[in-house]
Structures are given as structure tokens and as C-alpha cells.
Design a protein around this ligand. Structure first.
Ligand SMILES: Cc1cc2nc3c(=O)[nH]c(=O)nc-3n(C[C@H](O)[C@H](O)[C@H](O)COP(=O)(O)OP(=O)(O)OC[C@H]3O[C@@H](n4cnc5c(N)ncnc54)[C@H](O)[C@@H]3O)c2cc1C
Length: 600
């Protein structure tokens, strides 16, 4: 197995295409100069390649071990966490008043990509801590912030999110864990949570569980849920560890992949917790964490796809099988390498064009988050915030679905050698398979996009994407270089506008129409968004053509995207236009064909 941080690609997207240096105009990001960013990328690359990556296969083979309520992780995981603690990388994106460096999200997404590529199991735990930091920072009281945030920022304490219960997954309204106020200004929680990532482990001395529960007399459903911070050890006022709290792991799950990340059943018995945000408005606060996690999960898709691509490519260059259909390219060898075969090239170029597009989309989302926080103009902050609302479910679902498709294709390049354990390709497929499921399944992301965000304020959120994309088309329609790409893109964009109208109109009369079209709509939207990213990358590549072969390769990759990947938008639009009728026509019993399940 090999992995190298794609530094040149990072520089291309960050600096040449999306001009990230403009962020330094905002006082809170003035430290993020390109020299500083380069230094940090070098440091991240060293740690990821030399320390995180070597522990990855071991995490899969040894995994997390549970004994007497405690979870131990391989020593290599401890080394990996110590490395990012020692270099201050955990602190990079946190606010300076809590010990961080206040770096922009635009860089954080690429940090997430690298960490997920080299050890996804471990990256889930640091990722959750960063999300919890944001939630407490936005909704926690000053006391909670000053007591907990510095320890999270220093990497001494990690966090979890405790939502899921055995009977309550997607439908959080069913949640049963109870909380009641005590007479010490805190609350007492009782209940049981399942599937809690990092619910117990020996990487940090304390674990902070952000837990959803119901207060006495709370309204039914999601409007009666509150959020609490439940620490494993209750800290004293000076931050030293105090009493052991009534929250414990009962067991960990045996699972398909991500085995180095412990997935715990957690019992709360008279556990002491502190309210985050307002009573009964816990989901609102939890979303501050979840929106961050959704982007981070999207980067699991990009990161694991990238490492699978690097290895698929290395194998395709090395393995000799068959001859080039157009005549032996390497007559001196017994056979040609796999890379001569069009079908292998199809998989590699699909992967390459998608990964580069997705990376650009994620960085654009990160930059939009940075503008939504830092721009002095309120209208610009608001517009960027709305764009992020549209892009978040797309990054989460598109990047993880495509990431799974890509890792599967890269395994295919290895043939039978991909299916066996030795080469490590099957681990990528198994590890990444959770990403379309957790943090709100991809089906739910699609419903969020098509059912909530599309109709909001008569399509105002959608226009945050459509306007800049249409403007680009107008400005470059007659550009002799870009014309060939702008034309199909403009058609794809019009197609997306039509399906948006179709779903908005049909959905008003019959919400099932939204449900029936949502997943196809998210894919169609996602591919159009990647098309928009590719237009911008191609524009730079044309402008710099001749200075470096890198740009020639970009032109070929972008052309491949528009010729062979982008046309899927048409098929998705046709599928959406067929509506919900046939899907809903099948009686429940009819799915079994011979009715063998009916009456059960
Ligand atoms: C390894 C692992 C780690 C996890 N880590 C955490 C964690 O740290 N914290 C935490 O709280 N949870 C965690 N989870 C739980 C995870 O978030 C849930 O599994 C996920 O949200 C789906 O819930 P569920 O499994 O109960 O599936 P269900 O909700 O039963 O859904 C089953 C299927 O039905 C679909 N579905 C459900 N409702 C609808 C609907 N209304 N419309 C259309 N389709 C629908 C879903 O998309 C899914 O495909 C983890 C799970 C795993 C496996």
C-alpha cells in the first residue's frame, strides 16, 4: 500500500482555482498566508504518511478491544494522536481565545481528506471532537466553554455524539433517554444509546458525550429533545479530573470495517449532564455539530477514494496482463501493463475526474463557510450561509456514494488480488461503506435537499448556486477554449433547473413525489456542481497551458468528465420526470412476488 498527500493538487485547487489567499483580507484569517499553509501541509503530510498510515492496516487487523467496560486501541493509534497533539494540529481550526490558531475551514477540509485517507477509523474520533467543539462554542454557556474547550483544543479530551437508540435511528422523535433537573444546577440522565463512535477508549483521559435526551413534560417528537454535555469524568473548576460519572460502555460492536473505531453501547445511569443551548431545542444545537460532521464525512469519501486511486493506479502500471488492443505497446515485455486497456483507463479516469471535482467542491464549500463567518458585509455572510446549506447534503452524500463506487472500481483493477486481504484494497471498501449510512443516511441527505432546501423561500437557497453558475456560462459562452465544455454544462444546468421546478410543483400536491425523486435529484445536482467546478479548473488549465504538463493532464481529465461522466445528469433527469406513480403502484405484498412474506 502506498499513499502520498497530493500536494500539487491541493495547491491547484486552493490557490490557482479558488484563490483562497483572498481570505487573509479578513482579520481573523490574516495568519493563513500561503507560506504558513504550505508549512502546515508539509507537516500534515509527514505525520499522515509516516505515522497515521502505518497504523491503518493494524487498526483493521487488531481493532478495538473491549474488556470490563474499557476499550483499548493499538499503540500505533496512541502514537498517531500524540503526533497531532505535539505539533498542535488539533488546535489549528479552533478560536485563539481557546488555544487555537483560527485557521479557515477551506484548509480544514483538506486536512480531513488526508487524515481519512490514511486512517479513517482514527479520523472519525478527531472529527467528532472538532464538531463538538463547534457546538459547545456556538451554544454552550460561558462556564462550559471555559472549562471544556481548551482541553478539547489541546487534544486532551475527545468527544462523541450520542443520538441513536435501539428503536430510534433516523427518526429521532422516538428518542427515550430521560433527563431531569437536579438541585445542583445540572441534570441527571438515564437511558441507553447504541452505535456510539468513540464512546469509550484509552486515547484520552476524558470523553465528553454530547447526548440527546427528553426532559419531564417535554413535547412529543423532535420538539421535545434537549442536548446535554455528559463528561466521563466530571472536571473540577480548575479542569483537573474529578468524580467518575454514571456513563459507561456496555459493549462494542463487531462490524464490517472501520474496526479501529470503537462503536459502543452506552448506558446512562443517573449520569450528570449540563444543558447546551435551550431546553427542548437540542436538535438545533446538535445541528451545529452535525453540519460540520456531514462535511467531514464527505471528506471520508474523497480521502479513501484518493488512496484507493493511488494504489489502483500503481497496480495498473505494474501488473502485466494481455496486450493493447491497438498493438503491443511494450513488445520487449511478456505482456503489456493493465493501464493500456481501455476498460482500466475508464475506471481510472472516472475516479480521477470525480475525485478532483469533489475536492474542489468541498474546498469551495469550506471557503463559503469562511465567508459566512468572516465577511464584514452582512448580506454576503448570509448568501454564503445559504449556499453552504445547499452544498452540505450534496458534499456528504455525493462524495460518499461516489467514494464507494470509486473504491470498488479500484479494487476491480486488482482483480482477485483486490478481493483477498494481502493488498489492503478490500479494507478501503469495507471501511468506507459506513459513510453513506452515518451522520444521516444518504437517502435522508437527499430528502433534506429536495424536500427542505429546494422549496425554501421559493427557491432562494437554490439561486445561491444557480446565479454564479449561470453567470459563468454567460461570461464564457463564446470563449474559444471553454466553449466545448460550457455548452454541455449549460444544458445540464437547464436540466437541473427544470427538475427543480418539477419537484417543487409536484411536491406541493404530493410529498411522495419528492421522496421518489430525491436521490436522483441529489446525484443530478451533485454532478452539475462538479461540472461547475470542472469549468473553473479548466479555465485555469487553459490559461496556464504550456507552462507545465500538469495543465495538459487537467484538460484531458476535464474533457473526460464532460464526455463520459456528466451525461449521467440526463439519465437522472429522465428518471425523476417519471415521478412516483410506478414506485407507489406496487402493493407492499407485491414486492415478494410469490407473496411468501404476506401475513407475517
Ligand atoms: C459504525 C457506526 C457508527 C455510528 N456512530 C454513531 C454515533 O457516533 N452516534 C450516533 O448517535 N449514531 C451513530 N451511528 C448510528 C447511525 O447514525 C444510524 O445507523 C443511522 O442514522 C441510521 O439509523 P438506523 O441504523 O437506525 O437506520 P433506520 O433509521 O432504521 O433506517 C433504515 C433505512 O431506512 C431509511 N429510512 C429511514 N427513515 C426514512 C424516511 N423517513 N424516508 C426515507 N428513508 C428512510 C434509511 O435511509 C435507511 O436506509 C453509527 C452507526 C454505525 C453503524
Amino acid at each position: 500500500m502506498k499513499y502520498r498527500v497530493p500536494k500539487r493538487e491541493f495547491e491547484f485547487v486552493l490557490r490557482e482555482v479558488l484563490e483562497v489567499e483572498q481570505l487573509t483580507q479578513f482579520p481573523i484569517f490574516e495568519e493563513a498566508t500561503w507560506e504558513m499553509v504550505q508549512m502546515i501541509i508539509d507537516q500534515v503530510a509527514e505525520i499522515a504518511e509516516d505515522i497515521w498510515f502505518p497504523g491503518n492496516q493494524l487498526g483493521d487487523q487488531v481493532g478495538a478491544k473491549f474488556k470490563d467496560g474499557e476499550v483499548t486501541l493499538p499503540p500505533e493509534f496512541h502514537d498517531a494522536i500524540n503526533a497531532i497533539r505535539d505539533t498542535g494540529l488539533v488546535t489549528l481550526f479552533a478560536h485563539p481565545e481557546y488555544g487555537g490558531m483560527g485557521f479557515p475551514t477551506a484548509f480544514e477540509v483538506l486536512g480531513d481528506e488526508v487524515m481519512c485517507a490514511t486512517n479513517m477509523a482514527l479520523a472519525t474520533m478527531t472529527g467528532l471532537t472538532k464538531g463538538a467543539y463547534r457546538c459547545i462554542h456556538q451554544y454552550g454557556s460561558d462556564e462550559l466553554k471555559s472549562l471544556y474547550l481548551p482541553k478539547m483544543v489541546s487534544g486532551e479530551w475527545f468527544s462523541t455524539m450520542c443520538l441513536t437508540e435501539a428503536h430510534c435511528g433516523t427518526d429521532l422523535g422516538l428518542l427515550r433517554t430521560k433527563a431531569k433537573p437536579d438541585d445542583e444546577g445540572s441534570y441527571r440522565l438515564d437511558g441507553e444509546k447504541i452505535f456510539i463512535t468513540g464512546g469509550e477508549h484509552d486515547l484520552t483521559e476524558n470523553i465528553l458525550h454530547l447526548t440527546l435526551a427528553r426532559l419531564p413534560g417535554a413535547p412529543q417528537g423532535v420538539k421535545g429533545i434537549s442536548l446535554f454535555l455528559v463528561p466521563k469524568f466530571i472536571p473540577n473548576a480548575d479542569g483537573a479530573l474529578g468524580e467518575r460519572n454514571g456513563i459507561r460502555a456496555l459493549s462494542i460492536e463487531e462490524k464490517m470495517g472501520c474496526k479501529g473505531s470503537p462503536t459502543c453501547v452506552i448506558a446512562l445511569e443517573d449520569a450528570r449532564g449540563w444543558l447546551i443551548g435551550e431546553e427542548n431545542r437540542g436538535l438545533r444545537a446538535m445541528f451545529a455539530m452535525m453540519n460540520h460532521e456531514r462535511l467531514a464525512v464527505g471528506m471520508e469519501g474523497v480521502g479513501v477514494a484518493e488512496i484507493a486511486y493511488q494504489n489502483g493506479l500503481a497496480y495498473a502500471l505494474d501488473r502485466l496482463q494481455g496486450r493493447d488492443l491497438g498493438g503491443g505497446r511494450y513488445p520487449e515485455q511478456e505482456a503489456d501493463p493493465l493501464i493500456v486497456h481501455p476498460d482500466i483507463r475508464r475506471m481510472l479516469l472516472r475516479a480521477k475526474s470525480l475525485i478532483e471535482g469533489m475536492r474542489c467542491l468541498a474546498v469551495w464549500t469550506g471557503i463559503s463557510i469562511d465567508h459566512s463567518l468572516a465577511d464584514p458585509d452582512e448580506a454576503i455572510r448570509e448568501e454564503n450561509g445559504e449556499l453552504v446549506e445547499i452544498l452540505t447534503p450534496i458534499v456528504k452524500a455525493l462524495c460518499t456514494d461516489l467514494g464507494c463506487e470509486i473504491t470498488n472500481d479500484m479494487l476491480q483493477i486488482y482483480g482477485g488480488h483486490g478481493y483477498i486481504r494481502e493488498h489492503g484494497m478490500e479494507q478501503f471498501v469495507r471501511d468506507l461503506r459506513i459513510a453513506p449510512i452515518w451522520e444521516g443516511t444518504n437517502g435522508i441527505q437527499a430528502l433534506d435537499l429536495a424536500g427542505r432546501k429546494l422549496p425554501r423561500d421559493m427557491g432562494r437557497l437554490l439561486r445561491r448556486f444557480f446565479h454564479p453558475a449561470l453567470e459563468f456560462v454567460e461570461q464564457h459562452r463564446d470563449d474559444p477554449d471553454l466553449k466545448e465544455f460550457v455548452e454541455p454544462f449549460a444544458k445540464g444546468l437547464r436540466g437541473l433547473q427544470k427538475t427543480s421546478m418539477f419537484l417543487a410543483q409536484k411536491g406541493m400536491g404530493n410529498p411522495r413525489e419528492i421522496g421518489a425523486g430525491a436521490t436522483d435529484y441529489l446525484r443530478q445536482f451533485g454532478l452539475v456542481a462538479l461540472g461547475y467546478m470542472w469549468l473553473q479548473m479548466l479555465k485555469v488549465a487553459f490559461a496556464k497551458r504550456g507552462s507545465d504538463e500538469f495543465y495538459e493532464y487537467k484538460l484531458i481529465t476535464g474533457r473526460y468528465f464532460f464526455e463520459r461522466v456528466f451525461p449521467e445528469t440526463i439519465a437522472r433527469a429522465v428518471a425523476i420526470a417519471s415521478g412516483a406513480k410506478t414506485m407507489m403502484a406496487m402493493p407492499d405484498a407485491g414486492f415478494a412476488g410469490d407473496h411468501r412474506f404476506s401475513g407475517n
